[in-house]
Write a protein of this length. Structure first.
Length: 369
């Protein structure tokens, strides 16, 4: 087909369709993906596979047992978003009622920009969230967090309890599936990140495993699903903090089953540079000249620095200066953790036909104009 005939067909398809359409090469849905970095490099890796990546639009699920830092990870992402967009609003749906205001303040979140919405059941959350998303303009900047979907009952479950009925509720999973099926298009079209905290449970099998609660709808709709594990860090018999492991159960950007270590202490909170040392050792940017000591390597000359430091000193900015921003190190991390660029790389690199058409709702076209 000639280029002229192709353009004629393109025009006829646009006119014949009942939905608003735009050419794939002009669609912001494929090109304008904004990544918002958090203050912790390895959290950015867990979200995007890149040190300089971070939070994107869509649904991110943080799952794990109780006291596994799920809410704190969500608030860390909220802080990054609010810093990126000073006029943004943090819409906080709360079903657990266990997050005090000073928890927000400790992360330096502006609580005047946090809209707290208590919710009692899945249906209540669904109706309010859809209304809020539908009311957003394309230029509005909103970060949404649900804490948690694992603690939400269905309306039927509440009604059965009020009527003193003790029967299994088969509607909750369906309502959750309906919730995320309805909100997912809005998250993309309105460029909104939604973080949902969830619980996990162990399967009753010989070799049990952690499973995300809420049915399959949550997993189908999510862009990222983390299952968070932990172990105690002790000094003598006293617990000093926890080493958390972010297990990437599902991601559109990170290789599944990737394990990202993040350390947290009682007195210092999240260790900003935790998880980086093992990667730097593997990449050759850091070596262990002797047991318990670490030295940096000059990647231009291959020379090992004479200065040796203990592991505790590797959690300081001075140690990582010259490594984090080094292109070879960034490329190493991306190659290890990130999924290939996928569709758009194929379109751009393999010279896919430039007049391909994608059918989109009107909101997507408004975002392009």
């Amino acid at each position: 087909m000639s280029e002229l005939a192709s353009k004629g067909l393109l025009g006829r398809l646009k006119k014949a369709g009942s939905l608003t359409s735009t050419q794939l090469t002009k669609s912001s849905l494929f090109k304008d993906k904004i990544e918002i970095p958090t203050s912790v490099p390895m959290v950015n890796v867990a979200l995007s596979g890149k040190l300089d990546g971070g939070l994107t639009r869509g649904l991110t699920v943080l799952a794990g047992p109780s006291k596994h830092f799920k809410t704190a990870f969500g608030l860390l992402m909220a802080k990054a978003y609010m810093d990126k967009y000073p006029d943004s609003i943090f819409l906080f749906y709360d079903s657990e009622f266990g997050t005090p205001q000073n928890y927000f303040s400790s992360l330096k979140i502006d609580t005047d920009r946090v809209l707290h919405v208590p919710v009692k059941n899945v249906e209540e959350l669904k109706f309010d969230l859809v209304k809020q998303l539908d009311a957003l303009a394309v230029e509005d900047k909103v970060f949404i967090m649900i804490d948690s979907i694992g603690n939400l009952a269905s309306k039927k479950e509440v009604e059965d309890s009020m009527n003193e009925k003790s029967v299994a509720d088969m509607t909750r999973a369906k309502q959750l599936k309906s919730l995320f099926r309805m909100v997912t298009p809005y998250l993309t079209l309105r460029d909104v990140p939604l973080v949902a905290v969830n619980h996990t449970y162990e399967t009753q099998e010989m070799f049990s495993k952690q499973v995300v609660s809420g049915g399959t709808g949550v997993m189908y709709s999510a862009d990222n699903v983390w299952i968070i594990g932990r172990r105690q860090v002790k000094k003598d018999k006293d617990i000093q903090g926890y080493d958390f492991i972010i297990n990437v159960e599902k991601s559109r950007f990170v290789k599944e089953k990737s394990k990202i270590p993040i350390s947290v202490t009682w007195d210092g909170g999240i260790k900003k540079y935790s998880g980086l040392l093992d990667v730097a050792l593997e990449a050759g940017f850091v070596v262990k000249p002797s047991m318990g000591w670490y030295s940096k390597v000059d990647m231009e000359t291959g020379e090992i620095s004479e200065k040796k430091v203990r592991q505790a000193e590797t959690d300081q900015k001075a140690f990582w200066d010259g490594i984090l921003e080094h292109k070879k190190f960034m490329d190493f991390v991306e190659k290890r953790y990130a999924i290939g660029s996928g569709l758009m790389d194929s379109i751009e690199e393999q010279n896919t036909h430039p007049d391909a058409v994608i059918i989109l709702p009107p909101e997507a076209v408004e975002a392009n104009e």
